[in-house]
Design a protein around this ligand. Structure first.
Ligand code: HEC
Length: 277
């Protein structure tokens, strides 16, 4: 995401209309939801009237996202001594949080420069070397500042194992592909971040790559993944059936939870599109 949306509420509905994401119209979404009596009842409970509008959908989704807190991953539990990381996970964590040029002969992967802190997101926008020619100009679309071309919002990596496909255009299906990108796929451009430009990619052995993936998987919070949304009696109830409703098609591979939510509405809204299909 290029940071186009000024608020979460606006952000949650943008991917619905974006041609490279869901390519839908809000009016059509309203029509589709209106076909289900149960949604009218949920909107009634949440908003006092069963009429479904784009504005109410946005409010419900926003409220839902705001309730999604994740703090019980294996990584979190290891911090408080309630779990122990394996040697490989621990090695991945070290790589993640160590400079490329550590000065002690043990170069790290430098991921923390952008994905640091408790949310594993410490920078707002960056160009992580996906392209040398930009199809989507990212942050530039908002600021019109040359230096923002090809920069995208740095995503939190909490629950990243279950939030693929990855990057703003979903170009990578697996975490292995993402790591391979940082190791060997980084493309040069004017705005490429200097942390990644270093040696045109981050030198990583096969072992290092596996360790990084193992570490990223420790950020999965099963509790978060399988805890259903808030109780129906609150304002939030309109958000709940949109995401968790029993109308997932037979072919849906996703868990019927909002497992894909992590502050990145693209993933959430993909689930919703499945609900409608
Ligand atoms: C210079 C900042 C920067 C550094 C350093 C960096 N990343 Fe990223 N990362 C990003 C940005 C920006 C995106 C999102 C790009 C997009 O949406 O197209 C991203 C996306 C990702 C994603 C996909 C998340 C998703 O939900 O789509 C993963 C996984 C990831 N990075 C892991 C890592 C790892 C592991 C490292 C270290 C090897 C690393 N990153 C280093 C900026 C960075």
């Amino acid at each position: 995401m290029g940071g186009r949306a000024p608020s979460l509420r606006e952000q949650v509905i943008q991917p619905i209309q974006n041609p490279i994401e869901m390519h839908e119209t809000l009016a059509h979404v309203v029509t589709k939801l209106s076909r289900y009596e149960s949604y009218a009842q949920d909107f009634e409970r949440a908003f006092g009237s069963g009429e479904i509008t784009a504005d109410k959908i946005a409010k419900a989704l926003e409220q839902f996202l705001l309730t999604r807190l994740s703090f019980d991953s294996k990584f979190d539990r290891a911090q408080t001594g309630k779990a122990k990381l394996t040697a490989e996970e621990e090695r991945g964590f070290q790589l993640f949080t160590t400079e490329h040029d550590s000065g002690n002969g043990q170069p790290g992967a430098g991921c923390f420069h952008c994905h640091g802190g408790p949310l594993f997101r410490s920078r707002d926008f960056a160009n992580n070397g996906l392209d040398s020619m930009f199809k989507d100009l990212g942050r530039y679309g908002v600021t019109k500042n040359e230096s923002d071309k090809g920069k995208f919002a740095v995503p939190s990596l909490r629950n990243v194992e279950i939030t693929g496909p990855y990057m703003h255009d979903g170009r990578f299906g697996t975490l292995e592909e993402v790591i391979e990108h940082y190791a060997t796929g980084v493309k040069l451009s004017q705005t490429l971040d200097s942390e990644i430009e270093l040696k045109h990619g981050i030198p990583l052995s096969q072992e290092d790559k596996r360790a990084l993936v193992s570490f990223l998987k420790t950020l999965t919070d099963e509790q978060f993944r399988f805890t259903p949304g808030p109780p129906p009696s609150t304002l939030l109830s309109a958000g709940k059936p949109l995401i968790l409703g029993g109308s997932f098609g037979e072919t849906c591979r996703c868990t019927p939870s909002a497992s894909r939510v992590k502050g990145n509405s693209r993933h959430l809204l993909q689930n919703i599109s499945l609900t409608f299909s």
